[in-house]
Write a protein that binds this ligand. Sequence first.
Ligand code: KG4
Ligand code: ZN
Length: 323
Amino acid sequence: MKILGIETSCDETAAAIVENGTKILSNVVASSQELQAKFGGIIPDRAAREQLKSMIPVISEALVTDVDAIAVTSGPGLVGSLLIGVETAKTLALALNKPLVPVNHVMGHIYGNWLESEPPKFPAVVLIVSGGHSELVLMKGHGKFEFIGGTRDDAAGECFDKCARLLNLGYPGGPAIEAAASKYEIRISKFETRLPRPMINEKNYDFSFSGLKTAVKREFEKGNLEASALAYELQEAVVDVLVTKTIKAAREFKVQSVLIAGGVSANKRLREKFGEWSSEFGVKIPPLKYCTDNAAWIASCAYFNYNPKNWKEIQADPSYESF
Ligand code: KG4
Ligand code: ZN
């Protein structure tokens, strides 16, 4: 079965065709990130206007073959952005008389682990870390998710984005923090300062990252540390907490695999630290290109959780709950 996926939840406009949930026949992503970077963050109106310009050219490039169904991200995300993908998908589904599957973006991220590779074994513990989410879920099968913990305030990506702005490192914050941290890393042999590791030892699977932002601000204002030193420390602190709690969950729930997903899973230090556990657990780290937003995993998620709906029932839902 070939599914055309459409994704427009944030600042990307993406379309892809995936066969049987795993084989990518096309995968096109247009991003307005460079434009957003000029303004230091996403301006929702501007993102939506760029997506309007790109939507049809992106679909036209991705449509390399006939498809059996259409899948679209219906939430969560920016409402103006979501509407562009959702309304385009509805129109296509109606005109071509194809089934239409709405997909939750956060759940979609997980399916980056099914693309072009051996399928992960269940049960799996999944760490989803994106700009808006930091969640740990137990995945017992396709569509069988159990939420075990999540952030009580800022998401990991949001923390990187806010701290990067605070340290004048630019946008998007995650890659900016990573680049600054790697410049610093080669000049030190040990930690010079330690930021807190929030909730690392608490007996739950929740996270809290807003205190780190305050700690970074306080240290930066003291003026003793350069931005790259704080970027390095911040990355160490966030990665430490994410890896420790995920591995703890993997042990408790006796899982067969550990999956990571979401934009922050592109982080090199996070990937390296999870990699250290691959002999003990089946740790799956998706290729970089499937970490950040694209439509291939939307199509894959729709295949493995195939539940078409009438176009009249599909609405863009900015606060769509995931699990
Ligand atoms: O999944 P994603 O592309 O979009 C959302 O669904 O939110 O995630 C975006 C988030 C941003 O906060 C961005 O700063 C972060 O992922 N991110 C990274 C890296 N690349 C993207 N964080 C740390 N290191 C990276 N290399
Ligand atoms: Zn995302």
